[in-house]
Design a protein around this ligand. Structure first.
Ligand SMILES: [Zn+2]
Length: 189
């Protein structure tokens, strides 16, 4: 019967793979009666098993094409949202530009009419534009008066409240809706 120390040496030899048959028998004999060494032996042989298990982790054959498809989906999604943003910006700026043009035209409608008549612009259309600008001017004046009314007759507290409500609405409307989650969803598809 070998000692626990000798057993440990044999375990090391066993792990190194240079244990003789005789030594292996001695090791097994000791391990079968010594719980401490048995525990040690079991632990190390388990590690050895794992190390010897030459499991090659190979990606499935479709891995590459799947990854490429996912990347494509993500790119497509990014492009779509980029296009959407651009369209929104385009519409907002064109509306603002048209509005500014109408306001400027309404303010200078007399001069504009004179210029139109001077360059022999068809009178019918010149007056048509003039009347449109006149109506617009009335509308803008109305809006201006409403704003002035609001400023004068509604106390400042309400204006601050309305401003906050508008800000809250805008921030809610332009908040990116769980963009990250969507990307994750794409990955899981
Ligand atoms: Zn022992």
């Amino acid at each position: 019967m070998i000692s626990c120390n000798s057993c440990n040496v044999l375990i090391t030899k066993y792990l190194d793979g240079n244990i003789s048959e005789k030594e292996q028998n001695q090791l097994m004999e000791h391990v079968s009666i010594c719980d401490l060494c048995k525990e040690e032996y079991t632990k190390y042989s388990l590690i050895l098993d794992v190390l010897n298990e030459k499991r090659e982790i190979e990606p499935p054959e479709t891995f590459e094409s799947e990854v490429m498809a996912k990347i494509q989906r993500i790119n497509l999604y990014a492009k779509k949202s980029r296009d959407k943003k651009f369209l929104k910006l385009y519409f907002a700026s064109s509306i603002l530009f048209t509005l500014a043009l109408i306001i400027a035209g309404a303010a200078f409608r007399e001069q504009l009419l004179a210029i139109f008549l001077y360059i022999n612009f068809p009178t019918k259309y010149a007056y048509g534009i003039y009347h449109f600008l006149e109506v617009s001017a009335v509308f803008f004046t109305m809006v201006k008066n409403v704003l002035i009314y609001l400023c004068v007759y509604i106390s400042e507290v309400y204006i601050i409240l309305i401003g906050l409500a508008v800000l809250a609405f805008l921030s809610k409307a332009y908040k990116p809706k769980n963009k990250k989650d969507k990307t994750v969803e794409l990955f899981q598809k």
